[in-house]
Design a protein. Structure first.
Length: 449
């Protein structure tokens, strides 16, 4: 299969470049037609790969693309999930080459969506195409469920999965939207934190006031916001919201050992990030804080005069954005209500408060001992010569929990990206070595099933 992949590599890369040219930015309504174009590109690629029942299914937002091949009688069924939408490309001035004009240099392909998730999704489509060309059939039954809203938290895929549970039923869900630990060290993520995001708005007077006339005598909205946000943590980095840690599992020795097996050089990280020290919840390592402990982060603050120079006012309005990563049995809605209650209880005098929720997703934990996951680790070892590790990711892929719960199937997070590939940032790229070896690994995995 390695020789076959090499034979088709240039053609596959040309096709991937065409895919990457499509600015399928789901968050921007002005790109609605581009997202539609991305969906139809995926549908055409699946048809070319030999899949059947290819369908572009409209939702209240962007389409879901479904396809299947179900002729491996008595064999397992694998559902491949991915997404064809991408993040906005801003800030454009930081891109060395235009984000939707893909280029190959230094054995990497540069474009928005190269690693998240078009390049990784294309691995699976091309693996199916090669298997069909070589054997005229697949070693297992395969279904595809590819969405166009992952970058906006998949608002329409959750109901789609629930409505189409029978159609999507499978023995494993296979996803490539994560990364290796580092170059040459593959990883199968076995937990993802949940997510919650909100905006806090405070208001004092009905207008900004002159600080010489009113300063010291009226409440200041920025002061109120700073006090509110500061109340969310104590000096040791522990979250002060009452009840926040309810449902957070105790760290067992076995779990701490599994986390500690993931390579991490904290000194090198500090140097790379220009930090004099790391910081976080006391009593936990960096990998534990960022992978298996919950967080509450302030993402941005707005209030008062933001222009050049100085404007001597007492601001009347201010806002802050907050996001949480959740673990264990923490329910996003319950955590939102706890934070809202905390903010109301700590709201300074003369200040009115409003809170708006944006995103919520439940955490998910996967059993690394599951045979479907272990066979994926075997496939990595066969191709890369290194068996996959099982990290706990600090990020969130909200739909993973929905797949696991609704379809009652193990989710195999078989990523081929690298942490250094600038996903969500300027100059996003994907290493060609992992593109070709990824196809080989997926083939190996499906044949092993």
């Amino acid at each position: 299969m390695k020789q076959t992949i090499a034979l088709h590599k240039e053609t596959f890369l040309e096709e991937l470049q065409e895919f990457l040219k499509i600015p399928s930015i789901s968050a921007d309504p002005s790109h609605k037609q581009d997202v539609q174009k991305g969906a139809h590109f995926v549908a055409d690629a699946l048809t070319k790969a030999g899949m059947e029942n290819v369908d572009v299914i409209e939702t209240e937002g962007h389409p879901v693309v479904y396809a299947d091949w179900l002729h491996a009688e008595g064999k397992p069924t694998v559902l491949v999930y991915g997404h064809y939408d991408v993040q906005p490309a801003d800030p454009l001035e930081l891109w060395e080459t235009p984000p939707f004009e893909p280029v190959i240099r230094d054995e990497k392909i540069f474009a928005r969506g190269a690693t998240d998730d078009k390049g990784q999704l294309f691995i699976h489509i091309k693996a199916m195409e090669l298997l069909m060309k070589e054997h005229g059939k697949l070693p297992v039954n395969v279904k595809f469920c590819i969405e166009g809203e992952e970058e906006i938290a998949s608002p329409n895929l959750d109901p789609f999965i629930n409505e189409q549970a029978e159609r999507l039923s499978c023995d494993a869900v296979l996803i490539s939207d994560t990364s290796f630990i580092e170059k040459g060290v593959p990883a199968i993520c076995t937990s993802l934190r949940g997510a919650l995001a909100m905006e806090v708005n405070v208001k004092t007077a009905n207008t900004d006031l002159h600080s010489g006339v009113y300063g010291g005598g009226v409440p200041n909205a920025v002061h109120s916001l700073v006090r509110l946000l500061d109340s969310l943590h104590d000096e040791a980095g522990t979250i002060s919201v009452e009840g926040f840690y309810d449902g957070v599992p105790e760290l067992t020795d076995a779990l701490r050992k599994e986390v500690a097996e993931i390579p991490s050089d904290e000194e090198a990280m500090k140097k790379e990030l220009g930090l004099s020290a790391l910081f976080g919840e006391e009593g936990f390592s960096f990998k534990e804080r960022t992978g298996i402990r919950p967080t509450l982060e302030i993402n941005g603050i707005t209030g008062g005069y933001q222009g050049d120079g100085i404007k001597t006012i007492v601001p009347s309005e201010a806002s802050g954005k907050i996001s949480c990563r959740l673990v264990g049995d923490q329910d996003p809605q319950h955590i939102y209500e706890l934070i809202e209650k905390h903010l109301e209880a700590h709201c300074p005098v003369g200040t009115t408060l409003s809170v708006k929720q944006f995103i919520q997703a439940k955490p998910v934990a996967l059993d690394s001992r599951n045979p479907m996951i272990q066979k994926a680790a075997d496939a990595y070892e066969s191709v890369y010569g290194t068996r996959a590790l099982f990290p706990k990711e600090g990020g969130s892929i909200p739909i993973v929990e929905v797949f696991a719960r609704v379809l009652d199937a193990p989710v195999v997070l078989m990523g081929f990206g690298l942490p250094s590939e600038n996903l969500h940032a300027p100059n996003e790229h994907f290493h060609l070595e992992n593109f070709t070896k990824g196809i080989e690994t997926v083939v190996e995995y499906l044949e092993s099933l």
